[in-house]
Design a protein around this ligand. Structure first.
Ligand code: UD1
Ligand code: CA
Length: 462
């Protein structure tokens, strides 16, 4: 039976009222990925290719975020988990394999767990439930066992006092024999305390002759369902710790796990050291032997090997091997720093290419620019890229020396090896290679002026 294909149904149409949000619950993020996405990826990781996500209120935004790799079924009115599964059935009509059904608000479920459930059960099993034992079963459906497996699942509100004592509970994750599930779904009724169509009622329909069974999981994470923002925060912390541990185990030094935050999709090479209070999110890739932090945020960047980043903020930038950034630098989208580039304190770059060996060590804004190899950008240099209407480009050649406090009015081109005198306002245009470019008033000297002036002042005051 284990060679059968496996499909998945993720139930994510519930309103999630307690989140107090305009967004659907499943879209709330845990470590940078929507909760439904975590569940879907975990299913994929267990080899489940064909996945139907049941969406309702706000479903368009879930569809938009998760994309075309999934099929979507619509449940416009939330009439219960059984009704939600019914809405997915037409997309799996005739499917001959197993169907895993799971909730979309349990972000901590893992591929291993799904894989264990999928390969569990016997030839007779029509439904294998993932269950868990808890001290306080309140709120969960209770697993009512019989001599040969599970007899039924009874919801809290429908349970007798005796049944309420049962500590084995339903995680809301199941692996069904597909044809059996599809056959049972139309027969569900809403004759219960909540007036809902319960998916759990399928169990009683297949229980005869040991058709239903439960696989007990010790891992409390399978029960972590997120219903409010605090549970979201707790899930985020747990997932965050899992991610940190995974990186630590694969060779990344994390100096202070308590203040380090890594998104689920971040990749980091061996021997990279993360100093405290570092946040790396999005699809960021970082190479080997880098040193990053403290107090740094990096979002959607591609970073090579041996890169150093101190106390800085970087977004959608590319840093090649051995680049050095910070402290207090702001590297904005479209920046590309080649090897041996140094961007120092209070430097901002945006849509700017700094070729190998460029130094911009202090107090500079470089926007919409390309700067050639080994050019030195003096402290306080500003590329004036915006005239209130248009953005213009600055092109600086290689081996250029831009003196401190220069104002470069774009569009402008400075030839290779040119030299801009400190304090120049260089108006737009093209300046030849090797030239001195100077745009400032001459220094005047009035000999003895200061001494005489002081003298005069002192006499007057007496
Ligand atoms: C469900 C189970 C219960 C189990 C518990 C575990 C049923 C009847 N009960 O209860 O046995 O112990 O989960 O957390 O299944 N959903 C829809 N459409 C709906 C209703 C729900 O898509 O009409 C989705 C929700 O978005 C959620 C999932 O189904 O992702 C579970 O729904 P929820 O209301 O949380 O079920 P519980 O009452 O907690
Ligand atoms: Ca729930």
């Amino acid at each position: 039976m284990s060679n059968l294909p496996v499909a998945g149904i993720i139930l994510a149409a519930g309103k999630g009222t307690r989140m107090k949000s305009d967004q659907p619950k499943g879209l709330h993020e845990v470590c940078g990925l929507p909760m439904v996405d975590h569940v879907a990826r975990a299913l994929r990781g267990a080899g489940v290719e064909r996945i139907v996500i049941v969406v309702g209120h706000g479903g368009e935004s879930i569809q938009k975020r998760l994309g075309e790799g999934y099929a979507y079924a619509w449940q416009n009115e939330q009439k219960g988990t059984g009704h939600a599964a019914q809405m997915a059935a037409h997309l799996l009509a005739g499917f001959q394999g197993k169907i895993v059904v799971t909730a979309g608000d349990t972000p901590l479920v893992s591929s291993d767990m799904f894989a264990a459930l999928i390969s569990g059960g016997s030839l007779h099993t029509k439904c294998l439930i993932a269950s868990s034992f808890v001290d306080n079963p309140k709120g969960y459906g209770r697993i009512v066992r019989s001599g040969v497996g599970v007899q039924r699942i009874v919801e809290e509100k429908d349970a007798s006092p005796d049944e309420q004592e049962i500590q084995e509970v339903n995680s809301s994750i199941y692996c069904f024999d597909g044809p059996t599930l599809l056959e049972c779904l139309p027969n569900l009724t809403n004759d219960n305390a909540q007036g809902e169509f319960y998916l759990t009622d399928v169990i009683a329909m297949v229980a005869e002759g040991g058709g239903a069974d439960a696989m007990v999981f010790d891992d409390p994470d399978i029960l972590v369902g997120v219903n409010d923002r605090w549970q979201l925060a707790e899930a985020d912390r747990k997932m965050g710790e899992r991610i940190l541990r995974r990186h630590a185990e694969s060779g990344v030094t994390i100096m202070d796990p308590g203040t380090t935050y890594l998104g689920a999709e971040v990749e980091i090479g061996v021997d990279t050291v993360l100093e405290p209070s570092t946040m790396i999110v999005g699809k960021t890739q970082i190479g080997k032997s880098c040193r990053i932090g403290p107090f740094t945020r990096i979002e959607n960047c591609k970073i090579g090997n041996d890169v150093m980043i101190y106390v800085s903020y970087l977004k959608e930038a590319v840093l090649h091997d051995t680049a050095k950034v910070g402290p207090y630098a702001h590297i904005r989208p479209g920046s590309e720093l080649y090897p041996d580039v140094k961007v120092g304190n209070f430097v901002e770059t945006k849509n700017a290419i700094l070729e190998t060996g460029v130094k911009a060590s202090h107090l500079t804004y470089i926007g919409d620019a390309i700067i050639g190899e080994n050019t030195n950008i003096g402290a306080g240099t500003i590329t004036c890229n915006y005239d209130g209407f248009h953005k213009s480009r600055t092109e600086i050649g290689r081996d250029v020396f831009v003196g401190s406090n220069s104002t470069l009015v774009a569009p402008i081109k400075l030839g290779d090896g040119s030299f801009v005198a400190a304090g120049s306002v260089v108006t737009g245009g093209e300046y030849p290679a090797g030239a001195l470019v100077i745009g400032r008033s001459r220094t005047e000297v009035k000999e003895q002026w200061a001494a005489q002036w002081r003298n005069k002042k002192t006499k007057k005051d007496q």
